[in-house]
Design a protein around this ligand. Structure first.
Ligand SMILES: CC(C)(COP(=O)(O)OP(=O)(O)OC[C@H]1O[C@@H](n2cnc3c(N)ncnc32)[C@H](O)[C@@H]1OP(=O)(O)O)[C@@H](O)C(=O)NCCC(=O)NCCS
Length: 176
């Protein structure tokens, strides 16, 4: 798999040329606050280092990080990722969209395509997501995707010196 297509979007592999745009979008405290692994401040070098792992991860079928882009103009809107755990035959979904493009349904449309890829192509049994309670926009995306809230992982991660709860959402292939 090199790319996926939806009504409005092409989901493709990132290239080094995306480094500047990724840095511009991710250097945003509102993205940092709601994600587990994105640093802040975020530099172009952070973006290039991240993009540098993608091809090997894809070849090893370990992780698919795709650029969410406009089908017509090619503009970069954000990212959707699927991290696969072969032993358990499940995968974790993640996404971010640049703030200028929020509220247009791009995260939902991109995540839908990634979930379809997970079930139809990778034959995974389950896709799950972990999300901070303080992130109603992502909660809405997950509801639109039909993901079920399965429980709360209490004080599961430390962020900025505080232990925070994570909400656990899941979707089985039989429900997808
Ligand atoms: C979460 C995020 C990916 C959503 O991207 P998006 O492209 O705007 O998502 P969509 O447009 O598909 O859907 C967002 C929904 O949340 C709703 N929403 C936005 N802010 C909200 C809020 N504060 N409270 C309740 N709902 C909210 C929108 O109205 C929309 O619902 P609608 O389609 O019924 O109107 C984006 O806000 C983001 O990148 N946030 C920072 C990173 C992040 O949180 N990643 C996910 C980690 S689990």
């Amino acid at each position: 798999m090199k790319q996926l297509e939806t009504n409005r979007l092409i989901l493709r592999m990132f290239t080094e040329n995306d480094g500047e745009d990724v840095a511009a979008m991710c250097n945003n405290v509102k993205i940092y606050q709601h994600t587990l692994h994105i640093p802040y401040p975020y530099t172009k070098q952070d973006a290039l280092t991240w993009i540098g792992f993608h091809e090997e991860n894809r070849e090893n079928e370990r992780m698919y990080d795709l650029a969410v882009t406009d089908k017509l103009s090619g503009e970069l809107f954000g990212s959707v990722g699927l991290s696969i755990h072969k032993t358990f035959n499940h995968g974790e979904l993640g996404y971010w969209i640049g703030e200028a493009h929020w509220g247009k349904g791009f995260a939902t449309e991109a995540a839908e395509a990634m979930i379809q890829f997970a079930f139809d192509e990778k034959r995974l049994h389950k896709v799950y997501t972990r999300c901070f309670d303080s992130n109603p926009a992502s909660g809405k995306v997950l509801a639109k995707l039909g993901m079920k809230r399965e429980g709360v992982l209490r004080e599961h991660v430390r962020k900025d010196g505080k232990y925070l709860d994570l909400l656990h959402y899941g979707l089985l292939a039989s429900e997808g």
